[in-house]
Design a protein around this ligand. Sequence first.
Ligand SMILES: Nc1nc2c(ncn2[C@@H]2O[C@H](COP(=O)(O)OP(=O)(O)OP(=O)(O)O)[C@@H](O)[C@H]2O)c(=O)[nH]1
Length: 354
Amino acid sequence: MQAKIPATVVTGFLGAGKTTLIRHMLENANGKRIALIINEFGDLGVDGDILKGCGDETCSEDDIMELSNGCICCTVADDFVPTMEKLLARENRPDHIVIETSGLALPQPLIRAFNWPDISTKVTVDGVVTVVDGKAVSEGRFAHNVAAVDAQRKLDENLDHETPLSELFEDQIACADMIVVNKSDLLAEGEADALVATLKADSRDGVQVVRTSMGKVPVDVLLGQGIGAERDLDARHEVHHHHHDHDDDDHHDDHHHEHGHDEFESFVVTRAEITDPKAFAERVADIIRSHDILRLKGFAAVAGKPMRLTLQAVGPRVDTYFDRPFGTDPRETRLVVIGEAGLDRAAIEAALQA
Ligand SMILES: Nc1nc2c(ncn2[C@@H]2O[C@H](COP(=O)(O)OP(=O)(O)OP(=O)(O)O)[C@@H](O)[C@H]2O)c(=O)[nH]1
C-alpha cells in the first residue's frame, strides 16, 4: 500500500493572508509537488486566479482544484470526496495536499471528512494551520475588514450569521496545530510578543505559534507536522487553557529579535555518540521547549549500535527510529535546528552537546 498523502488545512478569515502564505509556499516548495484545494466560499474565484498566475512548475494549474460550495459539512459527499478522489486517482500523485478554507465555518467538520472510508486510507491531515491577521486580532477586530467578512458570510445560507467573529476565531485557534501570526510588520515588538503569548495560552499544549509577515513561513516549518488531526478530533472541540510556568514566562521576556520575528533560521549541531537514545530524546524535547525550536531533525550515532538513529521533532514531539547502518559515513550525531530568528545558538549547541 502506498503511504498516505499528508494534507495541510489552512484556515483564517478573509484578508488574514492565507493566499499570500500559500503563494510563498508554492514559490519555495523545493521541488515538492503540492496540490491545492481551495474552498472559495463565493469569493469569485479570486484566490484561485492569483495562485494560478504563479506560473511556477511546482504549481501548475492542474494542481489547483476548487470546492464550489461553501459549507464542507453539508457537501462532504458530493463535493469534497469527489474532489479528493479525482486528485488521488491521478497518475502523478502529489507529495502534499494543501486545503485553503475560509475561517467562517468550523474547521472541525472538514477534518472529520478525512475519516470518510475511501479517503481515510489514502490521506491524513498533516496539521491545521490557522493564519491570523496580527494587527486585527490585537485590536480585537479579528479581521481587517469586518464588513467584508460579514458580507462573505451572508453569501452562504448554510452558515449561521449570528455567531460573533470572536467565537469563530476561538474555534480556529482551538483547531490549530500551528498558528501563524501574520502582518507582524504592522505590530510593534511589544504588541507582537503580547499577542503570541495570549495565543499560546489559548491554544492546546504543543501548538506552535510563529510570527511572520507576508506569510513567509518556510515550507519545512509549515508542512510535515505529521499530526494525523482526523484521529485527534476530540482534542479540538474546546479551548483548554494551560498555564506556563515562570521559567517559560521569563524565557519569553528574554527574546530580543531585531527583525520583528518574521524571519527564520536554521543551523546544524554535531556531537559525538550518544549512549541512551530514550534519555537523549527526552533531553531534546526539553531543549525544544525551553528554546521555542520549531523543528529539529537529523540522526545520532548510538554507542554500540551500527545503525543511525533518526530523530525528527515537530515542536516537543520527538520521534526516533533506527534507519540504516552508517556504512562509510562518519559516526557522528548531526542535527538540524529550525526556529524563528534569534535562537540562542550557543546555548542550544551546548545543551545538545552536553
Ligand atoms: N502589511 C501586510 N500586508 C499583508 C501581509 N500579508 C498579506 N498582506 C496583504 O493583506 C491582503 C490579504 O492577503 P491575502 O493573502 O489575500 O489574504 P487571505 O487570507 O488569503 O484572504 P482571502 O483570500 O481574500 O480570503 C493582501 O492585500 C496582502 O497583500 C503582511 O504580512 N503584512
